[in-house]
Design a protein around this ligand. Structure first.
Ligand SMILES: [Zn+2]
Length: 151
């Protein structure tokens, strides 16, 4: 089980390229905003849970979206400036994982076991695009939990 330290970042050398890691298996690069703004703040409590879920799953988890700055979220989501992926005081508490079928159902089971209270399910169309959203938001963030939704 990974036990992270707040704001402790670790380096990992893969193929001679240094990757800045947030936890053992998740890099800064895969979690940061896709718009190019450089926003990469992830909530460390969320990251510790995500790492523990990954270890229970015992397989890589492909991230399709984690941090989104408010501007980028306005463009790609109907949830606007306060959407689940937008960083809170301590960073973003949400991630979308590319996963489908039996693996997706197992992922939801494991995520629930680790206390995840926000689950969004997208399981239509090509398997390579199917995903499950998880977050640790709360009413204080404007997103009451527990809840589940589909896209
Ligand atoms: Zn951005």
């Amino acid at each position: 089980m990974w036990v992270g330290t707040r704001r402790q970042f670790n380096g990992l050398i893969i193929g001679g390229i240094a990757m800045l890691m947030i936890t053992k298996n998740f890099s800064v690069g895969e979690m940061k905003c896709h718009c190019g703004c450089g926003e990469d703040s992830m909530d460390m409590d969320f990251m510790d849970i995500l790492q523990n879920i990954r270890e229970d799953m015992n397989r890589p988890l492909k991230i399709s979206s984690a941090v989104r700055c408010a501007n980028h979220n306005m463009k790609v989501s109907s949830t606007g400036k306060n959407g689940p992926h937008v960083p809170r005081t301590d960073g973003t508490k949400a991630a979308d994982i590319i996963i489908a079928g039996a693996d997706a159902l197992r992922f939801i089971d494991v995520a629930r076991k680790h206390g995840i209270g926000g689950i969004g399910i997208s399981q239509r169309g090509a398997h390579a695009k199917r995903f499950v959203h998880i977050d640790t938001l709360s009413a204080d963030d404007g997103h009451p939990r527990p809840t589940v939704w589909t896209y």
